[in-house]
Design a protein around this ligand. Structure first.
Ligand SMILES: O=P(O)(O)O[C@@H]1C[C@H](O)[C@@H](CO)O1
Ligand SMILES: Nc1nc2[nH]cnc2c(=O)[nH]1
Length: 271
C-alpha cells in the first residue's frame, strides 16, 4: 500500500485491516494493548497465547524497525478474566518516517474491529526527579510536541480526561503506590539535550518519550477508553551526567518485565 493511499484514506485503510485482524484474533478483542520498549517481555505474563502473527500479514502495517519492538500481534486469553486481548508487540514510531497515519494504524485498526478499550505502554525518560529507573507511572495527561495530529479533517476532538480516570483508579486499587505524571512526546529518534529537559520540566512534563500521544489521540477519536502506562527506563538527559542509550532502555525494560507483567495482569483482570 503506497504512502499516498494510506494517508489519503487512513480511516478506510484501518477498516480494511480490521476484518483480517478480527479473523486472526478469533473475534472482536475485549481490549487491546500496545507493548512499548521494555514491555514486550511482560506480555508473556498476561495469559494464554491463542494466536500470533507478524503485523505485516495485515494491510497497511510496517515491519518494526526499533530495537525491542517485535512487530507482531498476539491474541491472548487473559488469565484473570478470560477476556480476549489483542496485544501489539511493538509499534511504528513517527521517527521511522512513514507518516502519522502509519503510527496510529494499529490503534485505528483494532478500534475498527469494535474494540473499545486500549492500554498504551512505553519506555521513557524520567524528568521528575522523584522517579526511579524501573518505576511504572500512570499517564495522567500529555503534551504533544510532535506538531502533528493523526486526525484528518475538521474533526475537533475533545481531549479532556483522555487518559481514563476510571482505568487509572483501577490501577491504583491494584497498586496504591503508583505515581501519575504528564507524558510529553517528541518526534525523536534523537534523545533530548539537558537544556530541552529543563524546558520540558518547566512546561510541566514528568515523562519524555517518542510514542503514545498520537496513538492516544487516534484512540480517543475512535471512541476508545485509553489507559497509558510509562516505564521509566532512564533518567532524562542531563540528570545524571551519563549518556543515554537505546540498549539502556531495553535493559531496564527486561529488568522490570516480571513486575510490569504482574501489574498488567492484575489491572487487566479488573477492566
Ligand atoms: O515505543 P516506546 O516509546 O516505548 O519506545 C521508546 C522510544 C524509542 O523507540 C526508544 C528509545 O529508547 O524507546
Ligand atoms: N524521547 C525520549 N524517549 C525515550 N525512551 C526511553 N527513554 C527516553 C528518553 O529519555 N527520551
Amino acid at each position: 500500500m503506497t504512502e499516498r493511499t494510506i494517508s489519503g484514506s487512513a480511516y478506510e485503510a484501518a477498516e480494511a485491516a480490521a476484518k483480517p485482524l478480527k479473523e486472526k484474533l478469533g473475534g472482536v478483542p475485549d481490549l487491546a494493548l500496545v507493548m512499548g520498549s521494555g514491555w514486550v517481555p511482560a506480555a508473556d505474563a498476561l495469559g494464554e497465547t491463542e494466536a500470533e502473527f507478524p503485523v505485516t500479514e495485515l494491510p497497511g502495517f510496517t515491519a518494526a524497525a526499533a530495537l525491542g519492538h517485535a512487530g507482531r500481534i498476539r491474541a491472548v486469553r487473559l488469565a484473570e478474566s478470560g477476556k480476549l486481548a489483542a496485544v501489539f508487540l511493538g509499534r511504528t514510531h513517527y521517527y521511522e518516517g512513514h507518516g502519522v497515519a502509519r503510527v496510529v494504524h494499529g490503534v485505528r485498526t483494532v478500534a475498527a474491529t469494535g474494540c473499545r478499550t486500549i492500554v498504551l505502554t512505553n519506555g521513557c525518560g524520567g524528568i521528575n526527579a522523584d522517579y526511579v529507573v524501573g518505576q511504572p507511572v500512570l499517564i495522567s495527561d500529555h503534551l504533544n510536541l510532535t506538531a502533528q495530529s493523526p486526525i484528518v479533517g475538521a474533526n475537533f476532538v475533545d481531549l479532556t480526561n483522555l487518559y481514563s480516570p476510571r482505568l487509572r483508579e483501577l490501577c491504583k486499587q491494584v497498586d496504591p503506590s503508583l505515581s501519575e505524571g504528564v507524558y510529553v512526546q517528541l518526534t525523536g529518534p534523537h534523545y533530548e539535550t539537558p537544556a530541552e529537559i529543563r524546558m520540558l520540566r518547566t512546561l510541566g512534563a514528568d515523562l519524555v518519550g517518542m510514542s503514545t500521544v498520537l496513538e492516544a489521540i487516534a484512540a480517543r477519536e475512535a471512541g476508545m477508553e485509553v489507559l497509558g502506562i510509562s516505564l521509566v527506563t532512564n533518567a532524562a538527559a542531563g540528570m545524571t551526567g551519563e549518556p543515554l542509550s537505546a540498549q539502556e532502555v531495553i535493559d531496564a525494560g527486561n529488568a522490570a518485565a516480571s513486575r510490569m507483567g504482574a501489574l498488567l495482569r492484575d489491572v487487566l483482570g479488573r477492566i
